[in-house]
Design a protein around this ligand. Structure first.
Ligand SMILES: C[S@@+](CC[C@H](N)C(=O)[O-])C[C@H]1O[C@@H](n2cnc3c(N)ncnc32)[C@H](O)[C@@H]1O
Length: 289
């Protein structure tokens, strides 16, 4: 099943994510020889590794998504990737729909849920969600809509397809924390010459190093990083907006200062964990229509 042809700038986004499915290379995992089942298990392991979004053994993102409240509901996951969140949602929801621009994500996830008639996936854009108004009880999009060609249009579409009182969970990139300022801007941008190579155009440079998973891979065509004022503007149609900062431990743990034993003593685990949830690379948004 596929939607009408995407707009020209969406085509670049679609091609990028079709050619580079979210399998997360590295970590000693050879995706070229892996079976789909090994890929699904690998992504699940990575999602659980070192992050703050669920307690051990609990469903992914259960710190933020109340899965019990979704029992018997109609839900939509935007940008489903290889289906790790659809996997959790289908355990409770009556119907799980998914849209994603990526052709390879559609192939992986269609295969994954081939025997589950309650999961219905399409290649389609969040800029024109192919569902009527007030249709869904819940919409999720993890690491997706900051990559969209027209992000505001996507958020307005999410608002349109949610039922009144319906809820939404989003993870989007934040402009802040060591990942943005130290690893990208300072190391790759200033010291590595990336900013100069992009004519000191910060946006172009940041896109070029965001989601560039392999040494020779370009970054995603679009990767917006939001500040708090962007959140207030983009989601003003929603009745309530709860925005929290989150991230991964490695943002802080990999800073060169942490190689010194004294720094580990000065910044013990608990302090670094506090920093992750107050100065990490993600916004976790919980919205209500
Ligand atoms: C970084 S991947 C995230 C995939 C998945 N959520 C995950 O965490 O593995 C970004 C995804 O956003 C999708 N995407 C970007 N713009 C989109 C749009 N306008 N509509 C639907 N999907 C979009 C891409 O196709 C890609 O699958």
């Amino acid at each position: 099943m596929s939607a009408p042809a995407p707009r020209p700038d969406e085509t670049a986004v679609q091609d990028f994510w079709s050619e580079r499915p979210m399998i997360h290379p590295g970590f000693g995992f050879d995706r070229k020889t892996a079976t789909p089942e090994q890929i699904f298990a690998h992504v699940e392991r990575l999602m659980r590794h070192d992050n703050w979004m669920q307690a051990e053994g609990q469903p992914l993102l259960s710190r933020f998504i109340d899965y019990e409240a979704l029992r018997g509901k109609t839900v939509l996951d935007i940008g489903y990737g290889v289906g790790w969140l659809v996997e959790e949602l289908q355990k409770v929801a009556a119907e799980v729909h998914g849209i994603d621009l990526s052709r390879s994500h559609f192939q992986y996830s269609s295969y994954r849920f081939r025997d589950n008639p309650r999961v219905k996936l399409q290649i389609a854009s969040a800029e024109a969600i192919p569902f009527p108004d007030n249709h869904f009880d819940f919409v999720s999009a993890y690491g997706v809509l900051h990559h969209a060609a027209d992000d505001q249009r996507c958020y307005d579409e999410v608002h349109r397809v949610l039922k009144p009182g319906g809820r939404c969970f989003l993870m989007v990139y934040r402009k802040g924390g060591p990942k943005y300022w130290y690893w990208k801007m300072l190391r790759q941008g200033l010291l590595g010459g990336g900013l100069a190579r992009h004519g000191w155009n910060v946006e172009k440079f940041i896109y070029s190093v965001t989601d560039a998973y392999e040494a020779d891979s370009p970054g995603a065509p679009i990767s917006r990083h939001y500040v708090r004022a962007d959140i207030d503007r983009l989601f003003r149609r929603f009745k309530s907006v709860r925005a929290e900062i989150c991230g991964n431990r490695h943002e802080w743990d990999n800073l060169p200062a942490h190689r010194l034993p004294l720094t580990n003593w000065l910044l013990p685990r608990a302090v670094r964990d506090w920093l992750v949830t107050h100065a990490g690379a993600y916004w976790i948004l919980r919205l209500e229509k």
